[in-house]
Structures are given as structure tokens and as C-alpha cells.
Design a protein around this ligand. Structure first.
Ligand SMILES: [Zn+2]
Length: 264
């Protein structure tokens, strides 16, 4: 296999020279892409990443949106293969945007591409071309990569759960109710946990709860009440009935006081 790879590499390098001599940018992009694939097969990931980055840069410089998208997509897959899904997701998502033509108009304007050049018309013409098939592939791979990202974070959650009660609770909640551990939930702040990160005893949690209650009450009296007033029909009815009750009470107390004398 190594022999085949060597042959392929030599042929591609020859093609590279030819395209370079004729300044065929699209050809150069394609050769870099194929060379990167060869390097990847040979296990030389750094070289492959370098080639793809060069490809992306040259595609961007010359306004070749499809080639830029491909470079981004392949870089994303490379990161994914090297167990860096967080980088993979970013690249694949940008590849998707690029194929769809989203956010590309601004890049185009900033870089002052001339629309009347031959390539400018093909890529940046008024009718914006959408590379649907490629975009769909990038979208699917973005989902795969995001899933890998979650999986990695699930493993670290399981590891954490051996010493951290919050992580343990998140694992249980995921298992029982499929509530995602990546979402922050307020009740996690009130779990006693003696791990170095959280470091709070049950007594600390009680204090926290008292503090939170006081804060909530302070907020309620400070801001919410005037705003809440008459916010809905039921509220209005409730207020009306309590107003009637109050009137009744004062009326009754008046009759009381008139009987027993002033008692305020
Ligand atoms: Zn903890």
C-alpha cells in the first residue's frame, strides 16, 4: 500500500507543478485536496492539515466558495478522526454555511472581489448558487461530530461522578429522564457536594437556600409587584375580590369600633 501511496503522491506533485505553471487555482485546490487524502492515508495528519489549510486559504483568496467549503469540510473530518470533535464541529458547521452561501456575501464585500471577473461571476454572481449535496453532507457530519463531542463529555462526567455528587445527580437524571447534563439547572446549586470544585456541606446548602429565599423576597418587593399588578384577568378578579374583602373588613371593624370604642 505504501508503494501505491508513494506513486500517487509523485503523480499529484507533478500535477501540482503543471497547475502552478498555468496558475490554475481550481486545479491547485483539487491537487492539494487529493494530496491531503494521500497524506491522511499514510498517517501524516499534520501534513494533511497543512495542505487543507493552504487549499482553504487560496480558495478564499480567489473567491472559490465550493473549494473553500470542501477544505473546511475535510479539515473538520480530519479533526474528528483525530478525536478533536470540538474543532471538527466548528469546521463542519462553517463548511455547511459556506456551501449554502450564508455569511459569505459579507466576506465577499470585505475582500473586494470583482464581480465582473470570470470567476467572480460563477461564484459570486447575483444568483447565489447553493451546493445542496455538499451542504447536506456537512450538515450530517456536523451532527455526528457534535454527538462525538457529547460522548466525550459524557465519559468525563462518569469519571467526575466518582467523587462529585452533582455529576452523579446529572448522570442519574440523564439515565432516568434524558435531561441533558450540559444544561445548567438551578437545583444543582443546592446539592451538597464535597468535591474540590463545589466544596459545600449540607449546612452550607441550607445557608445558600436561606440566602436565595431572602434575595427572591427582596426582588419581589423591590421590582415585580407594581409590574405584575393587573397583568391578567384572573389577577384583576383576585385583586378585586381582595379589595372587596378589605372593604368589608374595614366596614366590620368600623361597626366593631363604633360598638366598643376606638381601638387602633
Ligand atoms: Zn462536586
Amino acid at each position: 500500500m505504501m508503494n501505491n501511496l508513494n506513486n500517487a503522491q509523485q503523480n499529484l506533485q507533478r500535477a501540482f507543478k503543471i497547475h502552478h505553471a498555468s496558475q490554475n487555482i481550481e486545479g491547485l485546490c483539487d491537487v492539494r485536496m487529493h494530496l491531503a487524502a494521500v497524506m491522511q492515508r499514510a498517517g501524516e495528519y499534520e501534513a494533511a492539515a497543512k495542505l487543507l489549510t493552504e487549499m482553504g486559504a487560496s480558495a478564499m483568496e480567489h473567491g472559490l466558495r465550493r473549494q473553500l467549503g470542501r477544505a473546511l469540510h475535510l479539515l473538520g473530518e480530519l479533526h474528528l478522526r483525530r478525536e478533536r470533535p470540538e474543532l471538527g464541529t466548528q469546521h463542519l458547521y462553517e463548511a455547511f454555511l459556506c456551501f449554502m452561501g450564508f455569511r459569505f456575501e459579507t466576506v465577499h464585500k470585505e475582500m473586494n472581489f470583482q464581480k465582473d471577473t470570470k470567476k467572480g461571476c460563477v461564484i459570486f454572481g447575483d444568483t447565489k448558487e447553493i451546493f445542496e449535496e455538499e451542504a447536506e453532507q456537512s450538515r450530517l457530519m456536523t451532527a455526528v461530530s457534535a454527538g462525538q463531542e457529547l460522548m466525550a463529555s459524557y465519559f468525563s462526567l462518569l469519571k467526575e461522578a466518582s467523587i462529585c455528587s452533582v455529576a452523579k445527580m446529572k448522570t442519574i437524571e440523564w439515565k432516568l429522564a434524558h435531561s441533558g447534563w450540559w444544561v445548567k439547572r438551578p437545583h444543582h446549586d443546592f446539592l451538597p457536594c464535597l468535591c474540590p470544585i463545589h466544596n459545600r456541606s449540607p449546612l452550607d446548602v441550607l445557608w445558600l437556600q436561606v440566602g436565595a429565599q431572602e434575595q427572591a423576597e427582596a426582588e419581589k418587593t423591590a421590582g415585580e409587584e407594581p409590574l405584575d399588578r393587573a397583568s391578567s384577568v384572573t389577577d384583576m378578579r383576585l385583586r378585586h375580590s381582595s379589595y372587596r374583602e378589605m372593604n368589608l373588613k374595614t366596614a366590620m371593624s368600623r361597626t366593631d369600633t363604633s360598638r366598643t370604642g376606638a381601638q387602633y
